[in-house]
Design a protein around this ligand. Structure first.
Ligand SMILES: [Cu+2]
Length: 176
């Protein structure tokens, strides 16, 4: 619970920075907008510019340690998925797949069951995927960077390894 609150605060601070950046760009005029902000104007907010780092643990219990992520529209997100389990990858692999708002997470995972060759990311449903990690075995971790969708709403994320979503290995990204 506490970790989630901290995460929310960090996301809020990034949102605040994004707004501030927009103001700065507007204030500098068009000719400067394509360039990086000057050192003096960027320095006070540089700390807040660090993207939110979200670490999601996935283990042999088939649960994500984080099931709700909040982000401002378009916010840059660094997400690390860490498989802290011990079971072999072919029996207990994990990934993190963010789906579109209209996606049927259950249907996606049903299709994923037969997509062994593509690490359980069904090619026919690639248009339902906003961001995803690779499939991780025990002790592995990976970090992906992506932007939250611009459209406010609730976006499901799942582990698409067979049976895991149906066992509760999922969550939501709330864009607001
Ligand atoms: Cu899994």
């Amino acid at each position: 619970m506490l970790a989630r609150m901290n995460l929310s605060r960090r996301l809020v601070s990034v949102a605040a920075f994004a707004s501030l950046s927009a103001l700065l760009v507007t204030g500098c005029g068009r000719k400067d907008s394509a360039e990086a902000p000057s050192a003096t104007s960027a320095a006070p907010v540089a700390q807040a510019a660090v993207p939110p780092d979200i670490t999601v643990l996935a283990g042999d219990n088939m649960k994500f340690s984080v099931t709700r992520i909040e982000a401002a529209p378009g916010a840059e997100i660094n997400l690390t998925l860490s498989n802290n389990g011990r079971m072999p990858k072919n029996a207990m692999g994990h990934n993190w797949v963010l789906l579109t708002k209209d996606a049927d997470a259950r249907a996606y995972c049903m299709a994923a069951m037969s997509a062994v060759a593509s690490d359980y990311l069904p090619p026919a449903q690639a248009d339902k995927v906003i961001a995803h990690t690779s499939l991780l075995g025990p002790g592995e971790s990976v970090t992906i960077k992506f932007n939250a969708p611009e459209e406010p709403g609730t976006y499901p994320f799942v582990c698409s390894f067979p049976g895991h979503f149906l066992s509760g290995m999922g969550g939501v990204l709330v864009v607001q």
